[in-house]
Design a binder for this molecule. Structure first.
Ligand SMILES: CCCCCCCCCCC/C=C/C(=O)SCCNC(=O)CCNC(=O)[C@H](O)C(C)(C)COP(=O)(O)OP(=O)(O)OC[C@H]1O[C@@H](n2cnc3c(N)ncnc32)[C@H](O)[C@@H]1OP(=O)(O)O
Length: 280
């Protein structure tokens, strides 16, 4: 048995070196930094969504950990949102499972008793914006990066629960404009409308995120957690009571010719842009 151990260890080490982790977790004293790590742009496919859900769940179960900073290993991109290739020409079974993973990750992150801060150094469209809005606070870098729910620009419609989280964050009228026009804004504008709590130079994003997290963690823990639940459970419950219906709506909607041709056009435009960039 003892002689088997090095072999087992070597195999485990080899497996770790060949399977890059989609989410990196770095534990500090009483909190963790969770970095999305799916190259090139952290687009949220089913496996990444599941990895985020599992990461948050494992931190919830660690009695030393009270909070987390959600971040990215790519300083240019927080997350490109849902992986469009999951929705384009899909297999129905995978599509349902993909949406289930998205629902689960949203519910986990939005209602986690951990204190959460999003450290947004780079772009954060659509599903990326949702992940950030699920956190208790958001810090974003000044300059180029944009954040927002741009679904309408792709010819698709965000589900009611993405809308609800935005309404809870920036209010009804700003959501009406952001969502209807598919707007993305920079950190300064984000701060004006309450989408972003702190807009800072990129090199300060992490230190300010830590400062905000420590502020949440300075509140007596049970009072903080109960208040978070009081503020968020009603919104989460709305989806929990309609999980199957929401999944079916998504699958039916996604499989329509209209949505498929909108996604085809959008993917082609992304590809063309990437090719032009590579040719430079
Ligand atoms: C009745 C109603 C019922 C409810 C029904 C619900 C309907 C569904 C609604 C679901 C909600 C949707 C949420 C979403 O998140 S949709 C995704 C939206 N995301 C985007 O629009 C972002 C697209 N990407 C970009 O804008 C840029 O890539 C970005 C700014 C993020 C980065 O730019 P950069 O120049 O650095 O990188 P490239 O553009 O060159 O991209 C590199 C490669 O990555 C590919 N890519 C980018 N984004 C995605 C993506 N979201 N999914 C898949 N792939 C993506 C891109 O094509 C490049 O690939 P190649 O290198 O292979 O060319």
């Amino acid at each position: 048995m003892l002689r088997c151990l090095p072999t087992f260890r070597a195999r485990a080490a080899r497996a770790m070196s060949t399977t890059p982790s989609l989410v990196q977790i770095e534990k500090k004293d009483n909190y963790a930094i969770v970095r999305l790590s799916r190259a090139p742009v952290n687009s949220l496919n089913m496996e990444l969504l599941q990895a985020i859900d599992e990461a948050v769940q494992s931190l919830e179960q660690d009695k030393n950990i009270k909070g987390m900073i959600l971040s990215s290993t790519n300083p240019k991109i927080f997350s490109a949102g849902l992986d469009i290739t999951e929705m384009y020409q899909p297999k129905t079974k995978r599509l349902r499972e993909f949406w289930r993973a998205f629902q689960n990750t949203y519910l986990r992150l939005y209602t986690t008793p951990l204190a959460t801060v999003a450290a947004i150094e780079g772009h954060s469209p659509a599903g990326g914006c949702l992940l950030a809005m699920c956190c208790d606070s958001r810090v974003m870098s000044l300059g180029g990066p944009l954040i927002g729910l741009n679904e309408t620009k792709l010819g698709i419609v965000a589900p009611f629960w993405m809308r609800d989280v935005m309404v809870n964050t920036i209010g009804h009228r700003e959501t009406e404009k952001m969502l209807g026009l598919g707007l993305q804004v920079n950190a300064l504008r984000g701060k004006e409308i309450g989408l972003i709590d702190e807009a800072v130079p990129v090199e300060q994003v992490h230190s300010v995120a830590e400062k905000l997290l420590l502020e949440w963690l300075s509140i007596p823990s049970s009072a903080r957690k109960l208040t978070k639940a009081m503020m968020r459970d009603e919104t989460a419950q709305k989806l929990r009571s309609r999980l199957d219906e929401d999944r079916s709506n998504f699958v039916d909607f996604c499989e329509t010719d209209k949505v498929q041709s909108a996604l085809a056009g959008y993917l082609a435009a992304l590809k063309k842009k990437a090719e032009a960039k590579a040719a430079k």
